[in-house]
Design a protein around this ligand. Structure first.
Ligand code: FE2
Length: 205
């Protein structure tokens, strides 16, 4: 971990707005240093979340973008514990003192609770509060519309790519019948929020 994030008082200082996003970007670069594809994807998700912050309350925009940076840090081999990246990422963030709201968003991004059930990690994930709201919707949609190389994708293509990548016997595939309706519903809600402010874009649900 970067030295500047190791000192307790400095961590608290940096986790206050307006430093939250910069601290999240720094930490993600540091943790995903050896996992370049995940880092590129995370950069893309953060960029997408910046745009989708139009759909959240202004005071929640930094929270959304910071969580977008951090959402996949649990893929880093050095953070691997349960092997379930949303949980491993959230646990690390909690252990080093990040705000509970960020830990919960990372733990539950993209319908992680459905996959956790298949992996029998739902009780562990329950240690983080899930709330279905504009911020969790926007984070999920940012992730579900960003490919592995940071490119923009429609949710339909992204789900297909994810199922191919994880394989037909994977927990992701087994959870898909329950998870897919949630992902589609989140995309629908975000599309309607954008519509309501006059931004008409192609987030197909
Ligand atoms: Fe992701």
């Amino acid at each position: 971990m970067s030295n500047h994030l190791q000192n307790g008082s400095k961590i608290e200082q940096r986790l206050q707005a307006p430093h939250l996003v910069a601290a999240a970007a720094d930490l993600t670069h540091d943790i995903l240093d050896g996992v370049p594809d995940r880092l590129v994807h995370s950069q893309g998700v953060a960029r997408r979340a910046q745009f989708l912050s139009l759909t959240v309350e202004p005071h929640q925009a930094r929270l959304l973008v910071a969580a977008a940076w951090l959402h996949d840090i649990g893929y880093a081999p050095r953070l691997r514990d349960t092997g379930f990246h949303p949980l491993d990422g959230a646990r690390h963030l909690r252990a080093i003192g990040w705000p509970p709201a960020i830990c919960s968003l990372v733990a539950h991004h993209s319908g992680a609770r459905f996959v956790a059930r298949v992996r029998k990690l739902d009780r562990e994930l329950d240690a983080y509060r899930f709330s279905e709201d504009a911020v969790s919707d926007a984070l999920t949609v940012a992730d579900q519309t960003t490919g592995m190389h940071g490119e923009a994708m429609l949710p339909e293509e992204r789900m297909r790519e994810m199922l191919e990548r994880h394989g037909p016997d994977s927990a992701n595939a087994l959870a898909h019948p329950q998870r897919e309706p949630y992902l589609r519903a989140a995309a629908g809600r975000v599309t309607r929020r954008l519509d309501s402010i006059g931004v008409h874009t192609a987030i197909a649900a």
